[in-house]
Ligand binder design. Structure first.
Ligand SMILES: Nc1nc2c(ncn2[C@@H]2O[C@H](COP(=O)(O)OP(=O)(O)OP(=O)(O)O)[C@@H](O)[C@H]2O)c(=O)[nH]1
Ligand SMILES: [Mg+2]
Length: 200
């Protein structure tokens, strides 16, 4: 609530789409618990993002494992939603997936109709993103991988090996708190989606 008041961006209802906007492009941001998905949607959205953060309480002990992200007090219980207008006709819709295992059943629905996905990775717990990659591959949704900045730079080779990435799949570093960095990740995804060797 406080962040909504201090966020200078307009709410979705106050920032209607351009009259000629006819191409909505859906992008999903997915990955394990607490890797920065909500943070990324917040950083790049032109509108005040919709989020579904719920406070993590003691009731979650034994179900959720928040130990990997000390200090994190909320978690996404449905999805995040943001928007970026590209030009008069094209709009990117960003959906941030929930990371807690008990919400993973939502992922396949969230991936439906997506042009592509960003798999966010915390290089200290790469295995938390395996399931995301499995589901994306199963659904045939193209994706790139972005290692979020949680300390010393990621060892790209180790990440690539641990995720068994196809050599064509881009792997980039990012800082989900930084708008420019998130923009570069989105550009990498869109460039990848349009690469002729991928679409051939
Ligand atoms: N150091 C560092 N912290 C970050 C970065 N991105 C996000 N965080 C912090 O990491 C925590 C997790 O961020 P969220 O955006 O809530 O993560 P999430 O992936 O949406 O989490 P769930 O939806 O609960 O799975 C928050 O405390 C963020 O402030 C980053 O690039 N670097
Ligand atoms: Mg989240």
């Amino acid at each position: 609530m406080d962040s909504a008041i201090s966020d200078p961006r307009p709410a979705r209802a106050d920032a209607p789409l351009h009259a000629d906007a006819r191409h909505g492009l859906k992008i999903v941001i997915v990955g394990g618990f607490g890797v920065g998905k909500t943070t990324m949607v917040r950083s790049v959205s032109e509108i005040r993002p919709l989020d579904t953060e719920a406070t993590m309480t003691q009731s979650g002990y034994g179900v959720d494992d928040p130990s990997a992200v000390p200090g994190k007090t909320t978690t996404t219980v449905a999805f995040d939603f943001g928007r970026i207008t590209i030009d008069d006709e094209h709009v990117l819709y960003l959906f941030g997936a929930p990371g807690q295992e008990r919400f993973w059943f939502l992922w396949d629905r969230l991936f439906a109709g997506a042009l592509g996905a960003i798999v966010l990775v915390d290089q200290r717990r790469i295995e938390d993103s395996w399931y995301a990659i499995d589901r994306l591959e199963h659904q045939g949704t193209p994706f790139i991988v972005a290692t979020n900045n949680f300390g010393p730079g990621a060892d790209q080779r180790a990440v690539r090996d641990a995720l068994d990435l196809d050599p064509l799949v881009p792997l980039v570093d990012c800082d989900a708190r930084d708008r420019e960095s998130c923009k570069q990740v989105l550009i990498t995804l869109v460039e990848y989606l349009t690469r002729p060797e991928r679409t051939a």
